[in-house]
Design a protein around this ligand. Structure first.
Ligand code: PNS
Length: 157
């Protein structure tokens, strides 16, 4: 089974890492699909986000890192994916995810969305909060992988 785990990954958090670890136990292959969204103003460029992910998941991990634009469902279909994986932290996530999953199913009913729960110790972690904490000088230690923390720090030194 091939699963696509899509996201902005701006930046990847330990919550994402947790879902990836859980996902790789269930699915034979996993593609981390990074959205290149020109409309959003990311902290990290697409190249930086891809670099970090490839550093964390080199080819021998069996995890493939790819960028995509346009519709997620089209990307998943071109890769012949069986499943789209999304992490759910709270009920509030569910409302948006539910809508997106049903819309994606309407667009291509061959591809199932699977919701996975991260460890409760990451249930409050989000890329948005990580960026905000970092921008105001707070510590993001333990919230993101070390290589992300280093990249964040290198921006202010
Ligand atoms: O990490 P994020 O920002 O929550 O990921 C959101 C993402 C990339 C999964 C979502 O924005 C997406 O799928 N974008 C691609 C455009 C698309 O397919 N839109 C229609 C969704 S029904």
């Amino acid at each position: 089974m091939l699963a696509v785990y899509p996201g902005s990954y701006d930046p990847i958090t330990n919550g994402h890492v947790d879902i990836i670890e859980r996902g790789r136990k269930i699915f034979d292959r996993l593609i981390i699909a990074v959205l290149m969204n020109p409309a959003k103003q990311p902290l990290f460029t697409l190249e930086e986000r891809i670099d970090v992910l490839r550093e964390l998941y080199p080819p021998d991990t069996g995890i493939v890192v790819e960028a995509f634009d346009g519709l997620l469902i089209d990307f998943a279909a071109t890769r012949k994916a069986d499943v789209i994986v999304r992490g759910i932290r709270y009920v509030s996530d569910f409302e948006y995810e539910f809508q997106m999953a049903l819309m994606n199913r309407r667009l291509d009913e061959r591809i199932e969305t699977v919701f996975m729960l991260p460890s409760e110790s990451y249930s409050y972690v989000s890329s948005r909060l990580v960026k905000e904490i970092f921008q105001f000088g707070g510590s993001v230690s333990g919230l993101v992988p070390d290589c992300v923390e280093r990249r964040l720090k290198s921006r202010v030194t």
